[in-house]
Design a binder for this molecule. Structure first.
Ligand SMILES: CC(C)(COP(=O)(O)OP(=O)(O)OC[C@H]1O[C@@H](n2cnc3c(N)ncnc32)[C@H](O)[C@@H]1OP(=O)(O)O)[C@@H](O)C(=O)NCCC(=O)NCCS
Length: 166
């Protein structure tokens, strides 16, 4: 059965493998085309995040297999502590089954407990599936950040989107 749970340090290798596999997809959905964090760094991060009220990582599991991820982190500036950034991904074989939407609902639930009133994210302009998901959920475009990220050494734009948590 597929369900969402808090990620644990022992999930580090599977989560790194998931992001590496999705990063290699032709759609160029993610910032990195390879593993963006070593397994040991990921394990350390997952350990620290479990004790931290300002960030969270959730895993989507199908039995023993991790097939999705949601990451949340509150803005560190004192003037924008009501804002948190989110990122999510679902394994290719599991897309279009409502998991992305369920992860956004999980993000909103976390935001309410963390007193976060605005969720924001960056998405590449060519990532039509993700933009469709975010717009269907109620995220609004806040602008385009030009040449904001380096992907494989090339500057790329990102759309900034946000959702008001009520
Ligand atoms: C973006 C992503 C997370 C969506 O996850 P998902 O589980 O497939 O999304 P859902 O099944 O919950 O889709 C919900 C709605 O979003 C929209 N949507 C999702 N994928 C879509 C697509 N390929 N084309 C058009 N609309 C799409 C639809 O409105 C869909 O509702 P419907 O299926 O009832 O029509 C997934 O495609 C993914 O992981 N992509 C690679 C990584 C990535 O891009 N992460 C985001 C980086 S910003």
């Amino acid at each position: 059965m597929i369900h969402i749970r808090q990620a644990e340090p022992g999930d580090a290798a599977a989560l790194c493998g998931l992001s590496a596999a999705i990063g290699r997809e032709e759609g160029a959905w993610l910032l990195t085309t390879e593993m963006w964090r070593s397994v040991s760094d990921e394990r350390r991060y997952l350990r620290s995040v479990r004790r931290h009220p300002d960030a969270a990582v959730y895993a989507v599991v199908d039995g023993d297999v991790i097939i999705g991820r949601l990451s949340l982190a509150r803005d560190s500036h004192s003037a924008s502590r009501h804002v948190a950034d989110l990122g999510l991904m679902v394994a290719a074989a599991y897309r279009r089954r409502g998991i992305g939407r369920a992860l956004l609902e999980q993000a909103v639930a976390w935001a309410r407990t963390a007193d976060v009133r605005k969720l924001e994210l960056h998405v590449f302009p060519w990532n039509e599936p993700a933009i469709a998901l975010y717009e269907a959920f109620g995220f609004a475009r806040e602008g385009v950040r030009t040449g904001h990220y380096l992907r494989d050494g090339t500057e790329v734009d990102a759309i900034l989107m946000a959702y008001r948590v009520s």
